[in-house]
Design a protein around this ligand. Structure first.
Ligand code: FAD
Length: 451
């Protein structure tokens, strides 16, 4: 995987290998296999458990919610399935593909042909394109592939929007890229490091990793990992509040009063959740700062159940400069007369939509579809919506690396602290993806096994 080796070259991806005085603590443990406490049962926590289990290590997983899976959140509407959290599995996401294969799950094609509704004009996929200044962007991606850490690191100081200005992209192209690419980062591209953005596009599949979906829902992957980890090893409704380590042991306390003692901790929590925990001894001031500085993007997914698939094409999706932002056919290849269209709105649009009562959301989103399909409101039978910006544990959908943060905050956050190892989407090479979370959990477990 090219992207992996590219980012490895930054020297920041080797979880747990940072040399800190705290690492010396590890030598004080007897040579028996350490007992590990995993915080969080999302893809990263379950990835860590999978790896530990394969190596014959014992563990427990502590999860605050009533359910496993974290930001994987499958929802059923009248026999059809949609995702209110993570959606696509990418062509480059080999570990997730292997998981599907090994678990005899089926991955369905989940690619779409993008329509555009822009400046009050509707265009079919063949009717819109970027102008010729897109070639400057394409050349940048080639440079990215050929670059080294030394030559590329300065891009981290620049935001992606400004970068596009500087290479001479036309105003129109930049506007389009803002509209389209902001759905990848969950906020305006003015808040994204150019290094991070170009790194994503240079090494992604043609459809930008929006390739597959697990039939029946992504929760099926989570359920397989839960089975593999052992349901008895997962403690739901165990919200961690205190983590205290000394030279010998680590004690973890939960809000329900339960305590657990182990030799290692793998923390697979988003940074907001981490910052709510009392860490004893406390983290270094630079790590604490990084925890407070990394932001998570705001996304609201709103799935609408329609009595018929008036959009006709199974591969229908549409970018719009209206409130709904991005519409796609969630129920692609699911047999039914009915169908689900999902709106995926980001940033301020997400916040505004999230504030509306259900009936108003129905009206607003029908209004976005009106210029193309006429009045669709009578066909809308139901609507479900989830706004990640106010999720109690994440306060956002996924991490968004602003200028200078990839080489700054990320390097602080990834560094182990004594016998506590860190994993999660926000630290992953495939940052913002299920694959990244899964692999980062497995990598943290490998570091525990090596310790
Ligand atoms: C709207 C949206 C769209 C997305 N789209 C895609 C996509 O198309 N493709 C893709 O690959 N990825 C996508 N992602 C990203 C993907 O969901 C994440 O990268 C991945 O699921 C994160 O896994 P994780 O284990 O790092 O974190 P999480 O899944 O957040 O797991 C962390 C767990 O820790 C628990 N927790 C929090 N605090 C505590 C505590 N104090 N004690 C104990 N437990 C605690 C949480 O409840 C949670 O279960 C999307 C995410 C969102 C929100």
């Amino acid at each position: 995987m090219k992207r992996r080796s590219f980012i490895k070259a930054t020297g920041l991806a080797a979880v747990g290998t940072a040399i800190t005085p705290n690492n010396l603590l590890a030598n004080n443990f007897p040579k028996k296999k350490p007992f590990t406490i995993i915080l969080g049962s999302g893809f990263s926590g379950l990835g860590a458990a999978k790896q530990l289990k394969e190596a014959g290590y014992d563990y427990v997983i502590l999860e605050a919610r009533k359910r496993t899976g974290g930001r994987v959140f499958t929802y059923n509407m009248n026999g059809l399935t949609c995702e209110l959290g993570a959606e696509w599995i990418g062509k480059s996401h080999t570990e997730l593909q292997k998981l599907n294969n090994d678990s005899q799950l089926t991955m369905l094609d989940h690619t779409f042909e993008t329509r555009l509704y822009f400046d009050e004009k509707y265009m079919e996929p063949s009717e819109w394109s970027y102008d010729e200044t897109i070639n400057k962007f394409k050349a940048s991606l080639e440079l990215m592939k050929a670059g080294t850490t030394k030559t590329l690191a300065p891009l981290d100081k620049l935001d992606y929007w400004r970068y596009l200005q500087q290479i001479g992209m036309s105003e129109k192209n930049i506007e389009l890229r803002e509209l389209i690419d902001s759905t990848d980062f969950g906020e305006s591209i003015r808040h994204v490091s150019a290094y991070v953005a170009l790194g994503e596009y240079a090494f992604s599949s043609e459809k930008n990793e929006m390739d597959y979906w697990t039939r029946g829902g992504n929760t099926n992957m989570i359920n397989e990992l839960v089975k593999n980890a052992g349901e008895d090893k997962i403690k739901l409704e165990h919200q961690v509040t205190v983590v205290s380590q000394n030279k010998k042991k680590i004690k973890v306390t939960c809000s329900n009063g339960a305590t657990f003692e182990g030799d290692r901790v793998i923390c697979c929590l988003p940074t907001f959740a981490m910052s709510k925990i009392k860490w004893e001894p406390g983290f270094s001031s630079s790590k604490r700062d990084a925890l407070d500085q990394l932001q998570y993007c705001r996304i609201v997914k709103t799935s609408m159940l329609f009595s018929e698939r008036f959009w006709k094409d199974e591969s229908f999706d549409m970018m719009t400069d209206t409130l709904g932002h991005y519409f796609f056919h969630s129920s692609k290849l699911q047999e039914s007369q009915q169908g689900i269209l999902t709106s995926y709105a980001i940033g301020d649009k997400a916040y505004v939509l999230s504030k509306m009562p259900k009936e108003k959301k129905m009206k607003e989103l029908a209004h976005c579809l009106q210029p193309i399909f006429g009045d669709v409101k009578p066909m809308m039978n139901d609507l479900i919506s989830y706004y990640w910006g106010s999720d109690v544990h994440t306060q956002g959908a996924y991490a968004i690396y602003d200028t200078s943060q990839w080489f700054g905050q990320r390097s602080e956050l990834i560094e182990k602290s004594g016998n506590i190892y860190f994993a999660g989407e926000h630290l992953a090479e495939w940052q913002g993806f299920m694959e990244g979370a899964f692999v980062s959990g497995m990598d943290a477990a490998k570091a525990v096994i090596k310790s």
